[in-house]
Design a protein around this ligand. Structure first.
Ligand SMILES: [Zn+2]
Length: 94
């Protein structure tokens, strides 16, 4: 592992471009990498699923594709909340 650039997107990259991915606004190559990451990374998968659900909902209700910023912020806040409220992890008996 030297200074070579990694072809794998990391979580922040994936989440930062989630809407481009959902809207298919990125090249197929990138999109394939994103999908691969999302498939293997449960936090990203969770967020991806939520974003997708929000987009569908908005499309059905408002008849357009764009998620209003405030709704998006609300969902994001909700996700953060859920995440910080994680159940106490089980301790290994030792
Ligand atoms: Zn991830």
């Amino acid at each position: 592992m030297s200074g070579e650039q990694s072809p794998e997107p990391d979580c922040s990259e994936v989440l930062g471009h989630l809407y481009e991915f959902l809207d298919r606004e990125m090249p197929d190559v990138d999109s394939a990498k994103f999908r691969e990451h999302i498939d293997e990374c449960s936090p990203c998968l969770e967020k991806y699923g939520l974003e997708q659900a929000v987009k569908k909902l908005v499309k059905r209700c408002c008849g357009h594709d764009e998620v209003p910023a405030d709704l998006r912020a609300k969902v994001m806040g909700r996700i953060e909340l859920l995440r910080s409220a994680d159940p106490v992890p089980e301790r290994p008996a030792e």
